[in-house]
Design a binder for this molecule. Structure first.
Ligand code: NI
Length: 182
């Protein structure tokens, strides 16, 4: 139960493919989720994958309460999602600025499916099955990419839309709205 260091882009562990969780409701899994939650909260993040603290298991957490720092962010219920599987509900994609706790201080414009179905398990092994859209859909796609060793900069179609937050803000690219990092 402690805040862990978040691995940063360049660390080869972030490029590995995480393995499915095979046993639920174990003390090890509970400790992992507790560490992830403490770490995400300490970083004011919207999501975190286990691989970002060096654990190669298919576990992600995410959630956004209403936060005065991100007044436009639609709240997303706090969720622990294990062995996730995503299916886009249609072909529509939307671009938005995205950040990552493993790429601190930066944001990039990334296209993601607007509407997805996802399924997986909670820490006790109960099924989770949801249709979601918008930022909720974005954060799940971002976290699930981590499980396959993919970081969001690889998803940026135009690398001119990638940079340091302060510079992008000064350039007026996302003036008054910055979404939390994932
Ligand atoms: Ni991330």
């Amino acid at each position: 139960m402690s805040v862990q260091p978040v691995l940063r882009m360049g660390n080869p562990v972030l490029r590995r493919v995480a393995a499915p969780v095979e046993r639920f409701d174990t003390p090890e899994l509970k400790r992992l989720i507790s560490d992830m939650t403490d770490t995400m909260n300490a970083c004011d993040g919207a999501g975190l994958a286990a691989i970002q603290i060096g654990v190669l298991q298919r576990v992600v957490i995410f959630g956004v309460e209403h936060n005065p720092r991100y007044p436009d962010a639609v709240p997303v219920p706090f969720t622990v999602l294990i062995n996730p599987v995503i299916t886009p509900l249609d072909e529509e994609q939307v671009e938005d600025w995205e950040g990552c706790l493993s790429v601190p201080g930066m944001r990039g414009l990334v296209a993601r499916y607007r509407r997805i179905h996802y399924r997986g398990f909670d820490p006790s092994g109960n099924a989770i099955d949801r249709d979601v859209e918008g930022f909720h859909a974005r954060v799940v796609q971002h976290e699930c990419d981590h499980l396959d060793g993919i970081l969001y900069p690889e998803r940026i179609a135009d690398l001119r839309k990638f940079g340091f937050i302060e510079e992008l803000q000064q350039a007026g690219l996302f003036a008054d709205r910055i979404l939390p990092a994932e």
